[in-house]
Design a binder for this molecule. Structure first.
Ligand SMILES: [Zn+2]
Length: 423
């Protein structure tokens, strides 16, 4: 399994407490010996770093290592439930919030209806309220939450966490989401486009072995999240993957909301099919397809071909091993996939399609909240973030760093303070 952790420092250099914590994220348990081998650090330094991580409440002795009869623990693991992270998937007409432990295990989720067009303050207050509801159910508080990941259904400037001219989100253009959340809840927030988070969520929860994946959401809009070489690709400003406004080759010059004509979104999105089939809502499309309605089947298959025509270029350019279809239209299942496969396998280059799978999402409607939790985890437990957290914990509890030097003098390699800090 490839990971999204940053590259490990070379032996002996840069092994801060935050860098060491990455070893605990990769493995269920980690011994002092493993840490010594991986880091090249002296035993005394390892003891100091472990003490810092224990002091910050991020690791503890592994369960089976506790009863060693007074001897210092040699096996440690992430203190998964000592702190929490949250994820919020904000859709056009609903929001889903999830609460998870530091291993990403979901402790609870809740979904509320409410249009994102209510504006940022109302929507985010609703989101905070949903989070409080989950925290109360777990007997926890906002102070336990290290970070929240937030997915927005529109373009997000990744560096600032602000939405940029989102078409379905009046009042959100330029709104500082992380600043609002930090001020109102005291929790650090990280914001991304919802499709990027769906790509991360699908990969981590359902396809961890896949390093090159394109997740395509087909709903009101059409967008893609690109994972390449195990990493999400956002592009220079966060605009990568905006599949919906690529031109469909040979398509009619239908006007698009973006001002261009012939965009994929203007030809194959859920609203287009709803209008063409005279329906009320997007969920009826899948229902009609399942009921073998020939008109709906033909329309969905043709939408699949249009998506495939654009995806063929994406596949040739990026050579993913898996293309995952999600969103409302993906619920039409095999009919949509058949249309996409028909064109991609014909048009994309042979090497790019040799082992290519084009499949439906396994995580379905939970992809976004799973990815939001993963974003929060990766930000909150990054080496830099952990070093800041450890710095604050050390400032509060200075005795923890003073102790190892004394222990080292007795040839105990700082084991005693690590053990005592757990008492
Ligand atoms: Zn367009």
């Amino acid at each position: 399994m490839t990971t999204e952790f940053g590259g490990a420092p070379a032996a002996g250099s840069g092994w801060t407490a935050g860098a060491l914590l990455q070893l605990f994220r990769e493995q269920d348990e980690t011994t002092r010996a493993t840490i010594a081998t991986r880091s090249g650090l002296a035993r005394s330094t390892i003891a100091l770093r472990l003490d810092e991580l224990i002091g910050a409440g991020l690791i503890g002795p592994a369960a089976r290592a506790i009863s060693t009869g007074g001897r210092p623990p040699i096996t440690f693991s992430l203190a998964a439930e000592s702190r929490l992270v949250a994820g919020a998937d904000l859709g056009a007409g609903h929001l889903t919030v999830g609460l998870a432990d530091l291993r990403g295990r979901m402790l609870g989720t809740t979904t509320r209806t409410g249009a994102i067009s209510r504006g940022p303050e109302v929507t985010l207050a609703d989101t905070a309220d949903a989070l409080d509801e989950l925290l109360t159910a777990q007997g926890r508080s906002r102070a336990d939450v290290l970070a929240v990941g937030v997915g927005l259904p529109g373009p997000v400037e990744h560096s600032s966490g602000r939405a940029r001219r989102p078409p379905i989100m009046p009042g959100w253009d330029g709104f500082d989401v992380p600043a609002w959340i930090a001020r109102e809840t005291g929790i650090s927030a990280f914001v991304d486009n919802d499709v990027n988070l769906m790509a991360i969520g699908e990969r981590h929860a359902a396809r961890p072995e896949v390093a090159d994946l394109v997740y395509v959401k087909v709903s009101t809009g059409i967008g893609a999240g690109i994972v390449s070489g195990g990493r999400l690709q956002r592009g220079a400003l966060g605009a990568a993957g905006d599949l919906g406004h690529l031109a469909v080759p040979g398509a009619e010059q239908v006007p698009c909301t973006c001002g261009n004509t012939g965009c994929l979104e203007a030809i194959a999105s859920a609203p287009v099919l709803i209008r063409a089939l005279g329906l009320e809502s997007g969920s009826q499309i899948a229902e009609l397809v399942q009921a073998q309605d020939p008109e709906a089947i033909a329309a969905v298959r043709e939408a699949g071909r249009s998506i495939g025509a654009v995806l063929a270029s994406v596949v040739s350019l990026l050579n993913p091993s898996v293309v995952v279809l999600g969103g409302q239209l993906a619920e039409a299942g095999d009919v949509l996939l058949a249309g996409i496969r028909e064109i991609v396998y014909r048009r994309a280059t042979p090497l790019a399609t040799e082992h290519l799978e084009i499949v439906s999402s396994r995580t379905g409607q939970t992809a976004g909240v799973l990815g939001a939790v993963r974003l929060a985890l990766d930000e909150a437990l990054s080496a830099e973030a952990v070093d800041r957290l450890v710095g604050r914990a050390v400032a509060v509890r200075p005795a923890l760093v003073a102790a190892p030097a004394a222990a080292e003098a007795h040839g105990r390699a700082g084991a005693t303070p690590a053990a005592s800090a757990l008492g």
